[in-house]
Design a protein around this ligand. Sequence first.
Ligand SMILES: O=C(O)/C=C/C(=O)CC(=O)CC(=O)O
Ligand SMILES: [Ca+2]
Ligand SMILES: [Mg+2]
Length: 421
Amino acid sequence: MHPNDPRLRSFVDVKPESDFPIQNLPYGVVSTADDPAPRVGVAIGDFVLDLAALQAAKLLDLPEDVFTQSSINAFMALGPNVWRRTRARINALLRHDNPELRDHAELRAKALLPMSQVKLHLPLRVAGFTDFYSSKEHATNVGTMFRDKTNPLLPNWLHIPIGYNGRASTVVVSGTQIHRPRGQLKPPSAELPSFGPCKRLDFELEIGVVVGQSSAMGTMLTEQQAEEMIFGFTLLNDWSARDIQQWEYVPLGPFQAKAFATSISPWIVTREALEPFRVAGPVQDPAPLPYLQQKGANNYDMALEVALRTPAMQQPARISATNFKYMYWSSVQQLVHHASSGCAMSVGDLLGSGTVSGPEKDQLGSLLELSWNGTEPLQLPGGELRGFLEDGDSLVMRGWCQGDGYRVGFGEVEGTVLAAE
Ligand SMILES: O=C(O)/C=C/C(=O)CC(=O)CC(=O)O
Ligand SMILES: [Ca+2]
Ligand SMILES: [Mg+2]
């Protein structure tokens, strides 16, 4: 049976609402109190399967030390054939009818770590971070607010997957607290800029593409090559300081407004695990230039949610529910375009999809849009209002693809806002 077959079951008990059935097996980096050395594992139900332990027991046929690492980069560098083979082997080892691991009590005790007892680390060494801008709804909303209501999309938008080079140095894992950034602010009413804590702190709901293979400087990528270079996907929150952004970003684009923190989920869901959930993206009209043209279903039906909890709230409240399928430019088109000038791509490059906004008012991927630049603050259960994020607010993003009786999910990316340092 193919590792994605919905009929597969594991000897590890997995509830239907779990993000981590045997059809998923996302990669992460974990450590435990007993063994603080970070190593690579995959999530299965409420457990993490320690791949370094499996390899030490000679159950995986891979170069030595590929999983006794603080990132998945060494594994990714081995390439798509090894990714496929390894996923199939782990999947086989976890099946309910395979005794190899199931009946090996000593190894099971060592290799199956309760999720509640592991520390989850940043799963990849981020070589470079690029952020795209590929939701037509998001670009239209921001253009309407900040530029021209009657003509909100800039003329290049329908021809180029627009992006900017961000900072790899401040990509952090879920659970990392985020200090409110400081920067230059110049509200429209002020004559001159001042320096101080951002007053319009926002999130951006995005999917991160993890590039698992390099490309040489000077080479263009075909659609097929780009596809094969994508190792997997993660949830991504591109924290954004809207007031810093508005003053600094014309004409060269975001700089300090988006350089202070980007949070990702601890699990990288493989491209292969998402295959059953492929759907066609929106029709692209005008047709893109030939180097950007794609055949077939180039997007994924992936539910995405954002919840917010203020210090006064017991539970997070959902403030947005959207879907990745609305994205106009696909991840493959973004990667093809990224390399098109001759830009070398590296193992561990992270590409933000751009804010994922859908067509409806409750499907927007930023507070900027949800509160219409603060003019229509959100009313939260309990009555509090939010135009932008306040100190102490905690933001949680979740995402999953729904199968028949199981879901392939990402876990969550959480971040709590602290006062400026
Ligand atoms: O359209 C603008 O003026 C600004 C847009 C953004 O801030 C979005 C951005 O960082 C790219 C994205 O996430 O879509
Ligand atoms: Ca962004
Ligand atoms: Mg950022």
